[in-house]
Design a protein around this ligand. Structure first.
Ligand code: MN
Length: 244
């Protein structure tokens, strides 16, 4: 199995090294990742400037550091390898649940794979810079990869989030009830007004969702689709508000 690994934290993130090591149990691994952090860059691509890469080593693995976005990295990686069976993105330093899915560069890299018709899996966990290492979640990560890589799940795209010490694994849906983005006013050192676009935590979680699973110390696996069409509204409004 040819496993392409990307992320949005940059090629030197400890998360990508941990993921590459685990993924190498399942197949041949190649790392193609941004040269600098690109968190919250979403699905951006770089169509109006050239991309280039440099070779580096990440542990035992050959890696390519790209002057581009996570999606650029996936496109380059798929272009340069004769066959890519799956793209793994992560392990992100920080969870990507609920509305973060709209902004996440980690998820976007997996989504970019799915846009090319290749299986994509995004993996995220709380930042180990704040919380230690991945040792406790590795057995669960191995089980999740085994299931998603060898048991032929139906969806082409999966969003996986780990607590640092998982007690189990749950299939979930994306939480969309609340938007957690807030503008927070502040001042720069010169007294000028500045604003932070900050994602603040929300208390209430809906059972069965990705955010809920993490509160239960469960690994969350959410199958996603690329089609954003609201089928219920389409069928209702196309009759009710028909254009003659
Ligand atoms: Mn990130």
């Amino acid at each position: 199995m040819h496993i392409l690994i990307a992320n949005d934290d940059g090629v030197f993130s400890p998360g990508i090294a941990a993921l590459a090591k685990l993924a190498s149990e399942f197949g041949e691994v190649r790392i193609v990742a941004p040269d600098v952090e690109q968190s919250s860059i979403g699905q951006a691509i770089s169509p109006s400037r050239p991309l280039s890469y440099r070779r580096v080593r990440i542990g035992a693995f050959e890696a390519f550091r790209v002057n581009g976005t996570p999606s650029d990295c996936v496109a380059l990686g798929i272009h340069h390898w004769e066959r890519v069976d799956v793209v793994l993105s992560g392990i992100n330093q920080g969870l990507n649940v609920g509305n973060a899915c709209w902004h996440s560069g980690t998820l976007a890299a997996a989504k970019q794979a799915a846009l090319f018709g290749v299986r994509g899996i995004a993996l995220s966990a709380p930042s180990i810079e704040d919380h230690g290492d991945y040792e406790l979640l590795m057995p669960s990560a191995r089980r999740v990869l085994h299931t998603l890589l060898t048991q032929k799940p139906l969806a082409l795209l999966h969003n996986v989030n780990f607590p640092l010490d998982p007690k189990g694994i749950a299939w979930t849906k994306q939480s969309v009830r609340h938007y957690d983005g807030k503008i927070v006013p502040a001042q720069d050192p010169y007294g000028r007004k500045v604003f932070w676009f900050a994602a603040l935590p929300i208390e209430a979680v809906e059972p069965g969702t990705d955010r809920w699973a993490l509160t239960q110390d469960l690994v969350s696996i959410t199958p996603l689709r690329l089609d954003l069409t609201d089928q219920d509204c389409l069928s209702e409004d196309s009759k009710r508000l028909a254009f003659d």
